[in-house]
Design a protein around this ligand. Structure first.
Ligand SMILES: Nc1ncnc2c1ncn2[C@@H]1O[C@H](COP(=O)(O)OP(=O)(O)OP(=O)(O)O)[C@@H](O)[C@H]1O
Ligand SMILES: [Mg+2]
Length: 288
């Protein structure tokens, strides 16, 4: 199975707003047999892009959440402990983990938040990148099918463990950085996902963009905050029998959608709800 860049890009166009250059370079790198590091803050379309590219190539996408609990056994697989008790270790009581499944099927293995993965697990991945096979004691050698690739994502604002991503890993991968998309594109994304009314989409996008630069917030919201605001506002308006979400309904929705997605600066005496209220007011059409 070859990964052809052209069909991947064509398929992805149908699923993505913007991101054309990034889609092309990611598809080209995958088609060239390279592994990838995708760096970008949350909600910038990394998973959406990869799902679309995998679909276009006709290969699977195996998703793994990177965290401190992702041990080598969880990634690679393990012998079923109850069967080992009665049968001893046998190849057929080995349960393939996501890495071995992706290698066998020739899928794209997508590891999110790679920087949070324990050291030993990173070393397993490094080995696979170098050898394209993995030797598993009491099971055997698992070779990677030709379309297998590793794509790892990292959030550049995440302070945890980024220093552990060794030069060896960077050296064996290509890197594509995805930043926040511009306002018009974010509006198109929210409109597409929510089918919400224009003025509300407009205001919600403006509000999340303000969270990213507000002096009292250390971390702002991704486009997901705008999506959630619009969807919650629509339901809340229905509950309150409003034809259009009222001012109070919009604010309730924005608070609900955004307050958990932003982080207040250390030492700031204001509450998160107060800050969201201020931002929601500033985002009103016609303001500023
Ligand atoms: N360029 C885009 N085109 C279409 N939808 C997008 C785009 N960017 C983001 N989205 C939408 O925004 C939401 C978040 O996107 P996605 O899950 O792909 O982000 P991510 O970069 O994988 O985030 P995370 O780092 O948190 O996993 C989804 O609902 C997705 O549909
Ligand atoms: Mg994702």
């Amino acid at each position: 199975m070859v990964l052809a860049a052209g069909p991947m890009v064509v398929a992805a166009r149908g699923h993505l707003v913007g991101r054309e250059r990034e889609t092309e370079v990611v598809a080209a790198a995958l088609a060239a047999g390279r592994n990838l590091l995708l760096e970008g803050p949350p909600g910038t379309g990394k998973t959406t892009m990869l799902r679309a590219l995998a679909g276009g190539a006709g290969v699977g996408l195996v998703l793994v959440e990177g965290n401190a609990e992702l041990t080598p056994a969880r990634l690679v697989g393990h012998h079923d402990p109850s069967r080992v008790l009665t049968e001893d270790y046998r190849p057929d009581n080995f349960v393939l983990g996501p890495l071995c499944r992706a290698m066998t099927e020739g899928a794209l293995l997508y590891v999110e938040e790679l920087n949070r993965v324990p050291e030993e697990t990173l070393n397993v991945l490094l080995g696979v990148l170098s050898e394209r096979e993995i030797h598993i004691p009491r099971y055997g050698v698992v070779p990677a099918a030709s379309s297998f690739r590793l794509i790892a994502a990292m959030n550049p604002y995440d302070a945890v463990g980024t220093a552990r991503i060794t030069p060896a890993l960077y050296d064996r991968s290509c890197r594509v950085a995805l930043g926040y998309q511009d306002e018009e594109v974010e509006r198109a994304i929210v409109a597409r996902v929510t089918a919400g009314p224009d003025d509300l989409v407009h205001r919600a996008v403006r509000a999340v963009r303000l969270t990213r630069t507000h002096r009292d917030l250390r971390i702002g919201s991704s486009v997901r905050g705008a999506i959630d605001t619009v969807l919650v506002a629509a339901e809340l308006a229905a509950v309150r029998a409003e034809a259009e979400p009222s001012e109070a309904t919009g604010l309730d929705a924005a608070r609900t959608a955004l307050s958990g997605k932003v982080t207040v600066q250390e030492g700031c005496p204001r509450s998160v709800d107060e800050i969201i209220e201020e931002i929601w007011g500033q985002a009103e059409p016609g303001k500023r």
